[in-house]
Design a protein around this ligand. Structure first.
Ligand SMILES: *Cc1c(COP(=O)(O)O)cnc(C)c1O
Length: 380
């Protein structure tokens, strides 16, 4: 049976070129030292690799290398950004309000709901998935410490107007954090264009390894309080021996993604158009959310249960919500926030493409969708 992977928003295969780079930082014949060891060449060489990686990732997002804090991934970066800002700057500014969106990743929503002595305002997105700027302007006030809104939604691909959000927030002196995990290489941006103060990055969504990410922390504006105590690595913001192989892998993944992004965006755009055309032919299918990044397409198939649709095409890897929700049968909180009913939510599928997606894979997907949907509809 020909299998095809369309769950790249959940994770991606590591690019072979990234694997090679990572391997050079592991064994005795490579750069295996502790980057924090300052007394010998093993440490110096490892540190050089890590600083190359820091410059590379910083360059990809238009930041200064000193603004990159290595973490274990976007989940930790979201935690560090939100909790770290409250702890480092809540008291000194006297501000106690955080504003976020109901369609954010759980790593943002749940972090906010675990904060003490902070008022959290969770805005509902519009049915398009976009933030309602009027509603945001209404709740932004002198008491607002932080606004946390992602650039690209991982379930729908919807792109938020972060530039406008930062302008509104900065006017009133609030900081802005954005989860950027799905935005790298799929959309042109720099941290200065966005205007954000904090940004969460991950490696494994763009063909890098799992378990590594970074937090962008704007130098002249903010700092975050460390959330785990230890050796005061990363200028006191994140303790722990730097995993040099992971870090170098992330940087190589970022470098490749940046280098190849123009042609890759066009290629993935064409694939999405093709999938959309097939869905239009089938009829009774709604695309969820305003058109966003090329690699994520979320749709509702009228009268067809998402779990049954997936079971009817076992050779295709897709997802019904985000992977983080897949242990439960609750519909996606993102689709719910956009106003979809429980039934519509449970009839929705996310297809996400990546560098390894081939024309052949797309044919297998489209054939499978046609067969499975018409079979399920005729048997209903
Ligand atoms: C995958 C993802 C995360 C979690 O990132 P990890 O590196 O796996 O912790 C957070 N936010 C978004 C938008 C994601 O897509």
């Amino acid at each position: 049976m020909k299998t095809a992977y369309f769950d790249n928003a959940s994770t991606t295969a590591v690019d072979k070129r990234v694997v090679d780079k990572m391997q050079s930082c592991l064994s005795a014949d490579g750069t295996f030292g502790n980057p924090a060891s300052t007394t010998h060449s093993f440490g110096w060489m490892a540190s050089e690799e890590v600083e190359w990686a820091r410059e590379t990732v910083a360059h990809c997002i238009g930041a200064d290398p000193r603004e990159i804090v290595w973490t274990s991934g976007a989940t930790e970066s979201n935690n560090l950004a939100i909790r770290g800002t409250v702890e480092a700057m809540g008291a000194s500014t006297g501000r106690t309000k955080i504003i976020t969106l109901e369609s954010e990743h759980k790593a943002v929503i749940d972090t906010c709901s675990h904060l003490d002595d902070v008022e959290v305002v969770v805005l509902k997105p519009k049915s398009s998935g976009l933030v309602c700027l009027d509603a945001l302007a209404k709740v932004l006030d002198e008491d607002t410490l932080l606004v946390s809104i992602m650039l690209v939604n991982n379930e729908t691909g919807v792109i938020q107007p972060i530039q406008t959000i930062t302008r509104l927030a900065h006017d009133i002196g609030a900081f802005v954090h954005s989860d950027l995990a799905q935005a790298v290489g799929k959309l042109p941006w720099t941290v200065d264009q966005l205007g954000i103060d904090l940004g969460s990055l991950s490696a494994h969504k763009i063909h890098g390894p799992k378990g590594i990410g970074a937090l962008y922390v704007r130098r002249d504006r903010c700092q975050v309080a460390e959330q785990q105590h230890g050796g005061k690595h990363e200028r006191g913001m994140r303790s722990g021996t730097l995993p040099s192989h992971q870090i170098v892998g992330m940087a190589e993944a970022y470098r490749l993604s940046k280098k190849e992004s123009d042609s890759e965006i066009r290629r993935l755009d064409r694939i999405r158009d093709k999938i959309e055309a097939t869905l239009a032919e089938l009829g009774g299918v709604q695309i969820n959310g305003e058109r966003g990044v090329p690699h994520i397409l979320n749709f509702t198939v009228d009268g067809v249960d998402g779990e049954r649709l997936m079971a009817a095409m076992p050779q295709i890897a897709v997802s019904t919500g985000s992977a983080c929700n897949s242990a439960t049968i609750e519909p996606s909180h993102v689709l719910k926030a956009m106003g979809l009913s429980r039934q519509q939510g449970l009839s929705s599928i996310r297809v996400s493409t990546g560098r390894m997606t081939t024309e052949d894979n797309v044919m297998v997907l489209l054939d499978s969708l046609r067969h499975a949907i018409s079979n399920l509809r005729s048997s209903a």
